[in-house]
Design a protein around this ligand. Structure first.
Ligand code: 5GP
Length: 115
Protein backbone atom coordinates (compact mmCIF):
# COMPACT_ATOMS: atom_id res chain seq x y z
CA UNK A 1 0.00 0.00 0.00
CA UNK A 2 1.12 3.55 -0.59
CA UNK A 3 1.52 5.40 -3.86
CA UNK A 4 2.16 8.95 -2.73
CA UNK A 5 4.37 10.77 -0.27
CA UNK A 6 1.32 11.13 2.01
CA UNK A 7 0.94 7.35 2.28
CA UNK A 8 4.55 7.25 3.43
CA UNK A 9 3.70 9.87 6.09
CA UNK A 10 0.70 7.79 7.23
CA UNK A 11 2.94 4.72 7.49
CA UNK A 12 5.65 6.73 9.30
CA UNK A 13 8.13 5.87 6.54
CA UNK A 14 9.03 9.56 6.21
CA UNK A 15 8.82 12.18 8.97
CA UNK A 16 6.17 14.87 9.25
CA UNK A 17 5.11 17.32 11.95
CA UNK A 18 1.87 15.55 12.88
CA UNK A 19 -0.52 17.74 14.87
CA UNK A 20 -3.70 15.63 15.03
CA UNK A 21 -4.78 12.06 14.39
CA UNK A 22 -7.93 9.95 14.60
CA UNK A 23 -8.77 6.46 13.35
CA UNK A 24 -9.72 7.89 9.94
CA UNK A 25 -7.65 11.07 9.42
CA UNK A 26 -4.20 12.53 9.94
CA UNK A 27 -3.15 16.20 10.07
CA UNK A 28 0.40 17.51 9.66
CA UNK A 29 2.16 20.78 8.84
CA UNK A 30 2.75 21.58 5.17
CA UNK A 31 6.44 21.43 4.27
CA UNK A 32 6.12 24.73 2.31
CA UNK A 33 3.74 26.82 4.44
CA UNK A 34 1.78 29.55 2.67
CA UNK A 35 0.50 31.10 5.92
CA UNK A 36 1.59 31.17 9.59
CA UNK A 37 -0.62 28.11 10.07
CA UNK A 38 -0.71 25.72 7.10
CA UNK A 39 -1.82 22.20 7.92
CA UNK A 40 -2.85 19.35 5.63
CA UNK A 41 -5.73 17.11 6.66
CA UNK A 42 -5.80 13.75 4.90
CA UNK A 43 -7.81 10.53 5.09
CA UNK A 44 -5.85 7.44 6.09
CA UNK A 45 -7.29 5.55 3.14
CA UNK A 46 -6.08 6.30 -0.37
CA UNK A 47 -8.42 8.47 -2.44
CA UNK A 48 -6.66 10.45 -5.18
CA UNK A 49 -8.88 13.55 -5.24
CA UNK A 50 -12.36 15.04 -4.78
CA UNK A 51 -13.25 13.55 -8.19
CA UNK A 52 -13.25 10.05 -6.70
CA UNK A 53 -15.56 10.94 -3.80
CA UNK A 54 -19.04 9.41 -3.82
CA UNK A 55 -21.52 7.77 -1.53
CA UNK A 56 -22.28 7.78 2.19
CA UNK A 57 -18.97 6.30 3.30
CA UNK A 58 -17.03 9.12 1.65
CA UNK A 59 -19.49 11.72 3.01
CA UNK A 60 -18.73 10.42 6.49
CA UNK A 61 -15.00 10.59 5.79
CA UNK A 62 -15.26 14.16 4.50
CA UNK A 63 -17.19 14.99 7.67
CA UNK A 64 -14.35 13.50 9.72
CA UNK A 65 -11.88 15.69 7.80
CA UNK A 66 -13.94 18.83 8.51
CA UNK A 67 -14.22 17.85 12.20
CA UNK A 68 -10.43 17.46 12.24
CA UNK A 69 -9.99 20.88 10.56
CA UNK A 70 -12.17 22.50 13.24
CA UNK A 71 -10.31 20.72 16.05
CA UNK A 72 -6.91 21.73 14.64
CA UNK A 73 -8.05 25.34 14.01
CA UNK A 74 -9.04 25.53 17.68
CA UNK A 75 -5.77 23.95 18.80
CA UNK A 76 -3.82 26.45 16.66
CA UNK A 77 -5.98 29.30 18.03
CA UNK A 78 -7.05 30.48 14.57
CA UNK A 79 -10.71 29.51 14.96
CA UNK A 80 -11.91 32.90 16.19
CA UNK A 81 -10.12 35.14 13.67
CA UNK A 82 -11.01 32.81 10.81
CA UNK A 83 -9.27 30.44 8.45
CA UNK A 84 -9.50 29.04 4.95
CA UNK A 85 -10.00 25.44 3.83
CA UNK A 86 -8.79 24.57 0.32
CA UNK A 87 -9.30 21.40 -1.70
CA UNK A 88 -7.36 21.45 -4.98
CA UNK A 89 -8.70 19.00 -7.55
CA UNK A 90 -6.76 18.23 -10.71
CA UNK A 91 -4.27 20.06 -12.89
CA UNK A 92 -6.02 23.42 -13.30
CA UNK A 93 -6.34 23.76 -9.53
CA UNK A 94 -2.64 22.96 -9.12
CA UNK A 95 -3.06 19.65 -7.30
CA UNK A 96 0.44 18.20 -6.81
CA UNK A 97 -0.18 15.25 -4.52
CA UNK A 98 -2.85 12.77 -5.60
CA UNK A 99 -3.93 11.77 -2.11
CA UNK A 100 -7.03 13.72 -1.05
CA UNK A 101 -6.18 16.56 1.34
CA UNK A 102 -7.68 19.72 2.79
CA UNK A 103 -5.35 22.68 3.27
CA UNK A 104 -6.09 24.52 6.54
CA UNK A 105 -4.66 28.04 6.25
CA UNK A 106 -4.75 30.74 8.89
CA UNK A 107 -2.88 33.24 11.02
CA UNK A 108 -3.09 36.05 8.45
CA UNK A 109 -5.68 37.87 6.37
CA UNK A 110 -6.48 35.91 3.19
CA UNK A 111 -7.02 37.46 -0.24
CA UNK A 112 -9.99 36.83 -2.50
CA UNK A 113 -10.22 35.89 -5.33
CA UNK A 114 -7.42 33.32 -4.97
CA UNK A 115 -4.64 33.34 -7.56
P1 5GP B 1 -1.69 20.34 -3.56
O1 5GP B 1 -1.01 21.31 -4.48
O2 5GP B 1 -1.61 18.92 -4.08
O3 5GP B 1 -3.08 20.75 -3.17
O4 5GP B 1 -0.87 20.40 -2.22
C1 5GP B 1 0.12 19.52 -1.84
C2 5GP B 1 0.82 20.12 -0.65
O5 5GP B 1 1.65 19.12 -0.07
C3 5GP B 1 1.73 21.30 -0.98
O6 5GP B 1 1.30 22.46 -0.26
C4 5GP B 1 3.13 20.83 -0.57
O7 5GP B 1 3.90 21.85 0.00
C5 5GP B 1 2.81 19.71 0.42
N1 5GP B 1 3.82 18.67 0.48
C6 5GP B 1 4.38 18.02 -0.59
N2 5GP B 1 5.24 17.08 -0.17
C7 5GP B 1 5.23 17.14 1.19
C8 5GP B 1 5.94 16.41 2.19
O8 5GP B 1 6.75 15.53 1.93
N3 5GP B 1 5.67 16.74 3.50
C9 5GP B 1 4.77 17.71 3.83
N4 5GP B 1 4.58 17.94 5.13
N5 5GP B 1 4.10 18.42 2.91
C10 5GP B 1 4.34 18.14 1.60
Amino acid sequence: MGNTIFSKIINREIPADIVYETDSVLAFRDIKPQAPTHILIIPKIEIPSVRELSGKEHSQLLGDMIDAANAVAKKEKIDQDGFRLVLNCGANAGQEVYHLHIHLLGGRKMNWPPG
